[in-house]
Design a protein around this ligand. Structure first.
Ligand code: UFG
Length: 370
């Protein structure tokens, strides 16, 4: 039996490429649809190094109905994991129409194409940002939406559109995954996050300071009403997030209707706690300066992770120390990102295997290197 094919829109990006690894490990064959505007096709070579399987790449825009029809016709797709979209909050404030176009029109075009193709199992990449900043933590899925920027509103609107669709047509099985703060990298050091320019997000910024690429971290505010005064978030390992997609896919394929699930650990960590964990993982001191609060930042929030466990049988397994250790391994092994070489592979053979003895990079068939 050939492996069931899953269309992964945005599959060459940070979360997408890790999701491809998790899908392949679970016995699926990802078909990636990506414009590569914000990602790099070489991430899929790294997926092949880890798993022995390189996902097929369809270079196309998720708004392109004809390209979607061709992809569904060519690949006998069983289900879709939809991650393609724009995700920078500040950019969404400056260019709302661009965000509504890609995120909203893209999801609409995709849902229509799925319907035409008779593929009605969908996992949608949503965000904790749909909750806004007025809920006490931990935040459960039933908390009302209150997004505070155009990016968040696009995610909230797509969720509403999909809820309407599932009410109208019970053949659909849909899971919306609300990510908290995905960080880290694959434990092999072969796959990780590649920010475009100076990172906006905390973990990649710290990682570049540890590597000596940046002088110091600016802590955006140390006068919040939190234990140490710095912002608190629910950081979740990207491989846990990736595995959450597989769990959601199983659920959506089995059960019609729509499900919302938080992907978080259920615990918050402050900026200073993340800095300390990264210092432990890297053995380097992270220089920092306290700056003003960043406009739009909430002081503290974290997930109520119980529903994801109940409904998906998923919970985060990797802790903050592992998130930092894996980020650091990726940073050290790839100072030039995907420009750094990886050993050549025999097609179909994996370079990485995580076994009981720890983390190894080696052949799983004895003849991987050529
Ligand atoms: N921070 C710093 N210095 C930095 C970067 C971040 O102190 O250089 C702090 C922030 O103020 C915040 C914490 O680190 O307290 C986390 O900030 P991130 O930018 O890493 O993450 P956010 O929580 O701001 O944003 C994330 C996603 C967004 C999403 C948002 C809400 O990156 O896409 O969560 O869900 F919209």
């Amino acid at each position: 039996m050939p492996a069931p094919r899953i269309l992964v829109t945005g599959g060459a990006g940070f979360i997408g490429s890790h999701t491809c690894v998790a899908l392949i490990e679970a016995g699926y064959q990802p078909v990636v649809l990506d414009t590569l505007v914000n990602s790099d096709a070489r991430s899929l070579k790294r997926v092949a190094c880890i798993t022995g399987v390189e996902p097929v790449l369809v270079r196309a825009d998720v708004r392109d109905a004809a390209a979607l029809d061709r992809a569904f016709a060519a690949h006998e797709v069983r289900a879709v994991v939809h991650l393609a979209g724009l995700k920078a909050v500040g950019e969404s404030v400056a260019d709302p129409l661009g965000y509504y176009d890609v995120n909203l029109a893209g999801s609409l075009a995709l849902a229509r194409a799925m319907d035409r193709a008779g593929v009605r199992t969908l996992v949608f990449s949503s965000s904790a940002t749909v909750y806004g900043d007025s809920h006490p933590s931990p935040i459960a899925e039933a908390a009302p939406h209150g997004p505070v920027n155009p990016y968040g509103r696009t995610k909230s609107m797509v969720e509403s559109m999909l809820a309407d669709l599932s009410r109208a047509d019970p053949r659909w099985g849909i899971a919306c995954l609300r990510y908290f703060n995905p960080v880290g990298a694959h434990e092999s050091g072969l796959l990780g996050e590649l920010p475009n320019g100076p990172p906006n997000n905390l973990m990649p910024y710290i990682s570049q300071v540890a590597a000596g690429e940046r002088e110091y971290l600016v802590v955006h505010g140390a006068d919040y009403d939190t234990a140490d005064g710095t912002g608190v978030r629910d950081y979740v390992h990207v491989m846990d997030v990736a595995e959450g997609h597989v769990a959601a896919l199983h659920r959506a394929a089995r059960r019609p209707g729509i499900l919302m699930a938080n992907l978080g650990t259920g615990h918050g960590a402050s900026v200073l706690e993340v800095v300390s964990a990264f210092e432990r993982a890297s053995g380097r001191r992270i220089a920092l300066r306290i700056g003003p609060r960043r406009p739009g930042d909430a002081p503290a929030y974290w997930a109520d992770a119980r529903s994801a466990w109940r409904t998906l049988g998923w919970r985060a397994r990797r802790d903050l120390d592992q998130m930092c250790a894996d980020s650091w391994r990726w940073q050290c092994a790839n100072p030039h990102g995907f420009d750094d070489p990886v050993p050549a592979l025999v097609p179909g053979a994996a370079l990485f295997q995580n076994n009981d003895r720890g983390i190894n990079i080696h052949s799983n068939r004895g003849h991987t290197h050529v």
